[in-house]
Write a protein that binds this ligand. Structure first.
Ligand code: RET
Length: 280
């Protein structure tokens, strides 16, 4: 019996990797990145054009929303041209009953440009929603900081080392930060919106609900793609592309068109925003 249980390199079971060892972007992924870049440019131009039809003191949502798609366009340009990406080496441990553990390595591209984009655009999206609800400054600041923590710790998780608490530890912290964001919007935001008017409350309920569904898909995609590496790099690009188009251009169009017909959503800015405008 001892002979059969002696681990010798030749007796090791052949390791058949269940995931490809090289995970890089393909043609499908590259094409998708270019398509989304173009969509973000078109959305930016459309939002800017919409803003010219309203006086400056009613352009706050237009400015925020246009910045969101401009930043996304820049990030997609970077990714489409091969910038903002690093190769991450992942060591996978295989456990065997009667032999020492074996290891295989995977090399996978991680597009960190996304996290730069999200660090800037998700706070702006939250600002849109917070202003719509009429959230106060204290709640807005806490929601925005929790959101930035969520994205940055998500970035650390993406480059975390396997088989250490790094990866899933950071992921857990990011999820907790996400819950803080949801709490601010779902509980405080909803209460504030209700205090404004019935129409604002009902619109906020719809667009914040839409946002909640779309945003929640991101950590799920992350878990399948960057977490367990079961989604190819192209699959990941396509999944995020669909979500990004819904979260930015579709969200923005809905917000700006509704705002145009719902005067209660307007924020009285005064101060520096309208400085020099006189009575415009
Ligand atoms: C990560 C991974 C760590 C856990 C969580 C995440 C959440 C990301 C979200 C991203 C939203 C992005 C949007 C982009 C706009 O186009 C970082 C994926 C919770 C919610 C709305």
């Amino acid at each position: 019996p001892t002979a059969t249980h002696t681990a010798s390199p030749t007796a090791l079971p052949t390791v058949v990797p269940d995931r490809p060892e090289l995970q890089f972007v393909g043609d499908e992924g590259k094409k998708t990145l270019w398509v989304v870049f173009v969509l973000m440019v078109i959305a930016s131009a459309a939002f800017a054009a919409l803003s010219w039809r309203v006086p400056v003191n009613r352009r706050l949502y237009h400015v925020i929303t246009t910045l969101i798609t401009i930043i996304a366009a820049l990030s997609y340009f970077a990714m489409a041209t091969g910038h903002g990406v690093s190769v991450h080496t992942i060591t996978i441990r295989h456990q065997h009953d009667h032999a020492p553990d074996t290891f295989t390595t995977i090399k996978r591209q991680v597009f960190w440009a996304r996290y730069v984009d999200w660090t800037l655009t998700t706070p702006l999206l939250l600002l849109d929603l917070s202003l719509l609800a009429g959230l106060n400054g204290a709640h807005i600041l806490m929601a925005v900081v929790a959101d930035v923590i969520m994205i940055l710790t998500g970035l650390f998780a993406a480059f975390g080392t396997e088989n250490t608490p790094q990866k899933w530890g950071w992921y857990t912290i990011a999820c907790i930060a996400y819950l803080v964001v949801i709490w601010h919007l779902a509980v405080n935001g909803r209460a504030q919106a209700r205090a404004k008017s019935q129409k604002v409350a009902s619109f906020f309920g719809s667009i914040a609900g839409f946002t909640l569904v779309i945003w929640t898909a991101y950590p799920i995609i992350w878990g399948i793609a960057d977490g367990s590496r079961h989604l190819s790099v192209d699959g990941e690009i396509i999944a995020y592309a669909v979500l990004d188009v819904l979260a930015k251009p579709v969200f923005g169009t809905w917000l700006l068109l509704t705002h145009a017909n719902l005067p209660e959503t307007n924020i009285d800015l005064g101060g520096f925003w309208a400085y020099g405008l006189g009575g415009e």
